[in-house]
Design a protein around this ligand. Sequence first.
Ligand code: SF4
Length: 252
Amino acid sequence: MIYLVEHFYSIQGEGKYTGTPSLFLRFGGCNMKCEGFGCSETSRTGVDVRGCDTVYAVNKEHFSHSWIPITSVQELLNILDKYELPNAVDIVLTGGEPLIYANDLIFVDFLNALHKNGHKICFETNGSLDVDFEKYPVYKECIFALSVKLSNSGENLKKRVNGDIIFSLASSSKESFFKFSIDRNSINLGLEEEIEDVLIHSPSTPVYCMPVGGSKKEVERNTEPLIEFCKAKGYNFSDRLHIRIWDKNKGV
Ligand code: SF4
């Protein structure tokens, strides 16, 4: 079963396409927890749930009341009709981890329909789940923002970094770029080597580094040290524009 958590029309706030008008669909569920990012959100039963900045789209146990079960491709396509989109805007599929649904036929049909209608399809993925590019060629038309997790996520190395999958996603898709989430404390704690160990799997893929943070205050705290890190390494800095503008507000 596919679960959709929220959808909204906004501008892309992160990575290579920052500023581009985009329709976001956030899917529920993830193969990781990333408790190391230290964000938390209170469930409606009053439980403080730790995880990443989208823990409400990861933790089914505490947040599933707001997850919408999707039973047909038309339900997903109807979402596009709710917005007065000026043209075939970019569609961003995020989560959670949207690729947990990569083999679901409703999901694949949705991608085919989006592609047929001229939309650019951008996945925001942790880069740990593979896609069958031969069986489902539509994935070759998609863009993958590879947010491969580093040790600051708190996840196990084997789970978060799989070289073959990174290579497959980067080499078989229309376009890809790396997008790392970095906090000031992790810089200089072996992070450079960690990133390089990821990049060897696809050396020509562009690199963007963005500050960790689920709030404007956290993002601001991590920004300047990260800019210095990017300058030293020659990586691109990516802001988290939506958080800087709308802080902790969801759906923007
Ligand atoms: S992989 Fe991404 S969505 Fe999943 S828990 Fe980690 S940061 Fe959150």
